[in-house]
Design a protein around this ligand. Sequence first.
Ligand code: 5AD
Ligand code: SF4
Length: 471
Amino acid sequence: MSRENIVLTREERELQLDYAHRAGQSLRDRLGRQPMGCVVTFGCQQNEADSELIRGMFIDMGMGITDDEAKADVLVFNTCAIREHAEMRVFGNVGQTSHYKKDNPDMVICVCGCMPQQPQVAEKIKKSYPYVDIVFGTHALWMFPQLLCQRLSRKKRMFDISGEGRIWDGMPPVRKEGPCAWLSIMYGCNNFCSYCIVPYVRGRERSRHPDVVISELKELVAQGYKDITLLGQNVNSYGLDQEDFPDFAGLLERCNAVEGDFRIRFMTSHPKDATPRLFETMAKCEKVCHCIHLPVQCGSNRVLQEMNRRYTVEHYLELVECARKWMPDLTITSDIIVGFPGETEEECDETIALLEKVRFDSLFTFIYSRREGTRAAAMPDPATRQEKQKWFDKLLAVQNRISREKNADYVGKTVEVLVDGVSDDPNFDLTARTEGFKLVHLKGGTDLIGKTVRAEIERSSTVALFGKVME
Ligand code: 5AD
Ligand code: SF4
């Protein structure tokens, strides 16, 4: 597909806007009041960013936005397919919604995102959840106003999981409150790690034009956002799908040159595409946080090869060494999968040994989940769930100790943090993030939200730091 066909044309955008107005009008006529929209998000930051776009579409429809499912006239479940557990949660939630329709028969229930992009799942929703009105995949997200409009006028359930990945520049999202914002720089993934469903449900890599990224960044800065995360499934391959785009390090340099008081972070990085040039650029760009999420997945070369990760443990360790040489204060986090098909306890012990070597600040740890249609789904998987759970617990205990030790190093120190919200810990008032994205609970006034302050760290735990704002 040529570039021109990937990016939505102005006509296509205007057509959707027209559908949005018509859908909003139809709902208002039917209800005799302002209709309300609610989006419930499952899964990763990419889904959160997509949900922000759906909320933007609600605004185009003249609708209000609520977080209360029961009060919604249009209820959207934006779903995640990464693990079976995520899918079961979605089915559980969607199953609960039939009773909403008893109170509000006009409620429109939609299921979108990664789950229904898989045809067998879309089919299951169609058959087993007759009260779901609209089903669409990640590729049809930009057509939501049209699908809603058609549902309202034709009274027919709408299903659309077609389409190749498009880029819908210029659709303004409604972002969550606070000083942090996501900025998608690319969509999709080309990597086909053998366990992963993402390339099947999000399509091939499509980089957004650097000028569009920069102008959105400038807008965010002008709106007062202070902590901006460049988002993509594998940001390190940004630009590689287009001849005249900068690479990711080049894009970082351009972002860094934007004027203003803000910091930049990014996720996710694939180790096979992380380069010394990236680390050098991070070190030299003063607005780029010394913080990287670099999923290693496991510490056995045999398993890494089976996973189709295309790097070795040795290469990963070299990368970490190089990154720390450029940025001695670097915070590194990672993802680990325990119990990949055919993995043995000894191989999982190699992962534990890797954790001891790298000493990640924190980890996201998962037990392998079989995803229909992926290569790993066809691999023999002899270890039992109980065995995998035992390995998982052992690994987690090691990481928890390392995280605890690393966080304890902050006690007694003064760090610069961005105050980003209200703490749910009754002993504290605020939450804040360090440059390395460590969570800090603070005492202080809510007028500090959105401000960068210096904080003295008094205590730490496995997952957070605790302290007070310095005068
Ligand atoms: N099972 C378990 N974990 C998975 N991930 C991706 N696919 C699977 C799966 N089938 C994890 C990887 C990835 C993170 C986002 O989710 O660790 O980095
Ligand atoms: Fe999935 Fe691998 Fe792509 Fe990450 S890089 S989204 S794990 S296929």
